[in-house]
Write a protein that binds this ligand. Structure first.
Ligand code: SF4
Length: 329
């Protein structure tokens, strides 16, 4: 049985310190809120260790990562559970439901991550940080084989485990779900400031970072909040951090209609006042990266098709200016 890290004895139970929820695992309530960590026969354990919900080789743009190994394929998987409970979860069958899982040993996953054209592994679909021990083991093997390790995360993790994950990961996409603290508390069951701290830490770490903002009409669509959020990202993470404004569709417990395309483009314009790379997401429109110096198209994207002829060793093929795109490991 695998032993969890970040747990301490407390009274008759065990306190998990991996994320700010700080679940107390007891005989009466043996499973953490994320459902992959808890007690088995009274002993701290990892019931979700290695239990993969899905395994597929995806375009890296689907994560979404637009400035990291553009045009690559990456093996993607994740656990069945999450440490937040967002009412609008776009993947709720995996994060909150009871999906079928398959046990995949780290060496098998690490091997598959370098096969069939895959450049590495992306931990995604629900929340990967709750899989901390499994990721540390698998990612170490992938790194050793020269592969990339990607995390697509809600950023809801305590500082010490995040710092350890930095040793074995290359690129992160973190959700910033709203600028409103109240939104995080009442709709997601978490707190915003932990996420902001994670974004700051990742930006400082030098790991590749992109941010996703799922735009929900009537919930996080106030331009004044967008402006504050954009200024904060530019100030704390850097104006060159790519931001994906993703279209919401009604899922799980939220029934508002899908985000109108016009609202997505209003937000792209608003965030672009402070950020250099703002992309619409979950929409079937061309979405290109343009050189900041000469205006040439560096990477052209339509759906999952990627034309990167304008990119040369991470720079603009026309004028040679750096683009901020990571083109090799
Ligand atoms: S990682 Fe899971 S068990 Fe640990 S505190 Fe967070 S939700 Fe609870």
């Amino acid at each position: 049985m695998k032993t969890p890290r970040w747990v301490e004895r407390e009274g008759k139970g065990w306190r998990c310190g991996l994320c700010p929820r700080g679940c107390l695992w007891t005989a009466a309530s043996p499973l953490g809120a994320c459902r992959v960590r808890g007690l088995s026969d009274g002993v701290p354990s990892l019931p979700g260790w290695g239990r993969c919900v899905s395994l597929s080789i995806d375009p890296i743009e689907k994560k979404p990562l637009y400035h990291f190994l553009p045009g690559s394929l990456i093996l993607s998987t994740g656990p069945a559970g999450c440490n937040l409970s967002c009412m609008f979860c776009q993947n709720w069958e995996i994060s909150q439901g009871d999906p079928r899982t398959h046990l995949v040993m780290p060496e098998v996953l690490a091997h598959a991550a370098m096969e069939d054209g895959s450049r590495g592994i992306a931990f995604t679909y629900s929340e990967p940080v709750i899989w901390f021990e499994y990721i540390m083991e698998t990612a170490t093997m992938v790194k050793k084989a020269g592969g990339a390790v990607v995390m697509v995360s809600n950023g809801y993790v305590n500082r010490a485990p995040l710092d350890e994950l930095l040793y074995v990961t290359d690129a992160w996409n973190v959700d910033l779900k709203s600028w409103s603290k109240e939104f995080y508390e009442s709709i997601c069951g978490g707190n915003r400031d932990t996420v902001l701290e994670s974004i700051k830490r990742l930006a400082l770490s030098g790991k590749h970072l992109e941010i996703t903002f799922l735009l929900i009409p009537g919930r996080n669509d106030r331009p004044a909040e967008w402006d504050e959020m954009a200024r904060w990202i530019a100030g704390e993470a850097g104006s060159g951090v790519p931001l994906h404004i993703s279209r919401y569709f009604p899922r799980y417990r939220m029934t508002e209609p899908p985000t109108p395309l016009s609202l997505i483009y209003d937000a792209v314009d608003a965030f672009s006042r402070h950020l250099e790379f703002v992309y619409p997401g979950n929409v079937s429109m061309e979405s290109n990266t343009v050189c900041r110096k000469c205006g040439a198209v560096v990477v052209r994207r339509a759906g999952w098709s990627v034309d990167r002829t304008g990119l040369s060793r991470g720079g603009c093929a026309s004028c040679g200016a750096p683009t901020g795109i990571v083109d090799s490991l």
